[in-house]
Design a protein around this ligand. Structure first.
Ligand code: FUL
Length: 498
């Protein structure tokens, strides 16, 4: 072996060892690691789910015409913010606990917030910065400075472009995608809205245009996106030859089903709101909702900004139900986010921090009804170490098992949180919570704030709200699971609001 090949040999063996220890399937045989169950998330999806919350920013010509959907015949000269400050948007979002921002680079009206080389309908023909400005650039830089990730929304429907509905538009659309995914650094998500076809200006034609099912050739478009940005999460559809990483949850009101599977069907099937228990691919829900009734800014909605209690409700019904939260902040015509939106967003983040600061489980003694292979590696204490990589597991044949938490002194709490180790699949179908009162186990299910499906799926994170109880013992029983349950975290907390 010459020097070069010796070096190559060492790099090869070290990499193989690393891969073996990091890859759950390959290292399975070594330490009795549970086998994966059903479809699994990819690394991009795992990272997205760990982000919990990220922001949408809706800003376009609509901001200046007081509309939600521009027709496409507006003048680019209307775009004239007096005090545009992307750093302020990034700060507002960061204070609201958002880990990244998705900007409407182009909404349905077709106006581009960046100086696209392929259209005249953009910031380059606006009075703002004498046509030399680029909102996409400014926000991508502001995000970097604030330590946030950056992403874009590019509306497939374009009511301005003359060729919309014809093959020429697809070339235009992909040219614009290429600009956005090449010139602005790392993009964490691409959002392809579902509103498509209908009436519009279309270069003066002023008509209705409908498109066929495969008009956008999503298979080709997704592969272009992934070639340009290998780490991007695609939000959108599933079908033959193409798979989005995240799915819509079927409503824009800010909630997903209590029962919520991350799995769906590759052919596009599955319930958007509840997922598909027997699905054949991983496609978790993303709850998109605006902090105001509309997506774009309207002065008449200044007193309709969602308040702390509404925002917490949304948090529990999205992040607390195995989904991510995409919360929209509209920008005002002056180019800034309104102070009420900013204050309410911050109040939510502060409350989330406050509620989930002190996990009472940390001081509790934990007893498990079963521990996989009686192996320390899978012990019950793993649920309180705050490490996403460790978990409590049971033997393979066990589909029902419990953890009992014993508090040294009576503990008062009103929130329960559980997380599954999802890199090996989503498993739990049903669980039960009981607490001890006067020497007897009392079921918590009758006290739940939600009177819906009850205690069903867990996934990345499930949070249960109930009026404050005081007890010395809590029992968490998984009563049905697709395979042996793997629980990486359990928490109980006392929120100041019941
Ligand atoms: C919808 C769009 O039509 C709205 O204008 C908004 O952008 C929302 C996020 O998606 O489908």
């Amino acid at each position: 072996m010459n020097k070069k090949s010796i070096k190559r040999y060492f790099v090869y063996t070290a990499t193989t060892a690393l891969l073996l220890s990091a890859n759950p399937i390959l290292s399975y045989a070594q330490d009795n690691e549970p086998m994966p169950c059903g479809p699994l998330p990819n690394d991009i999806q795992l990272k997205m789910q760990d982000m919990d919350m990220y922001a949408f920013i809706h800003y376009s010509i609509n901001t200046y015409t007081d509309q939600e959907w521009g027709f496409g015949n507006e003048s680019a000269r209307l775009f004239n913010p007096s005090n545009l400050d992307c750093r302020q948007w990034a700060r507002v979002c960061k204070q609201a606990g958002m880990k990244g921002i998705i900007l409407t680079a182009k909404h349905h009206c077709g106006f581009c917030l960046w100086p696209s080389a392929y259209t005249e309908f953009s910031v380059k023909n606006s009075p703002w910065k004498d046509g030399k400005g680029d909102v996409v650039r400014e926000l991508s830089e502001a995000c970097k400075k604030e330590g946030l990730k950056f992403a874009v929304y590019l509306s497939p429907w374009d009511r301005n472009f003359a060729e919309y509905g014809r093959p020429e538009y697809i070339t235009y659309f992909r040219n614009q995608l290429t600009e956005l995914l090449t010139n602005y650094g790392d993009i964490f998500e691409i959002w392809f809205d579902g509103a498509n076809g209908g009436d519009g200006w279309y270069g003066g034609a002023n008509e209705k245009r409908s498109i066929g099912g495969n008009y956008y050739d999503w298979a080709g478009t997704y592969s272009l996106v992934r070639k340009l940005q290998p780490n991007i999460a695609v939000w959108g559809n599933r079908g033959k030859g193409y798979q989005a990483d995240l799915r819509w949850v079927g409503t824009e009101a800010g909630f997903v089903g209590e029962t919520n599977w991350c799995t769906m069907f590759k052919d596009g099937g599955g319930d958007l709101h509840y997922g598909a228990e027997t699905g054949d691919c991983w496609c978790p829900g993303e709850v998109d909702v605006s902090i105001r009734p509309g997506w774009f800014y309207h002065t008449y909605e200044d007193d309709k900004v969602k308040d702390l209690s509404k925002l917490m409700d949304i948090y529990y019904k999205s992040v607390g139900r195995n989904a991510t939260l995409l919360l929209n902040f509209p920008v005002m015509p002056n180019g800034r986010i309104h102070p009420t939106d900013s204050l309410n967003g911050k109040a939510m983040a502060d409350m989330v921090k406050r509620v989930f600061k002190d996990n009472l489980i940390r001081k509790a003694k934990i007893t498990a009804s079963n521990v996989r292979g009686k192996n320390k590696h899978y012990r019950a204490e793993n649920v309180k170490d705050d490490k996403a990589t460790t978990y409590w597991a049971t033997d393979d044949e066990v589909k029902s098992a419990s953890l009992t938490f014993e508090f040294a002194k009576p503990a008062s709490f009103n929130r329960f949180l559980a997380e599954e180790y999802i890199p090996l699949g989503q498993r739990v179908k049903k669980f039960q919570l009981e607490y001890e009162q006067n020497g007897e186990w009392v079921a918590l299910k009758d006290k739940l704030v939600e009177k819906g499906d009850g205690l069903t799926t867990i996934g990345h994170r499930r949070i249960i709200c109930f009026p404050t109880i005081t007890t010395t013992r809590l029992r968490f029983t998984i009563t049905d699971s697709k395979a042996c349950p793997l629980i990486s975290k359990v928490g109980v907390y006392c929120s100041p609001e019941d």
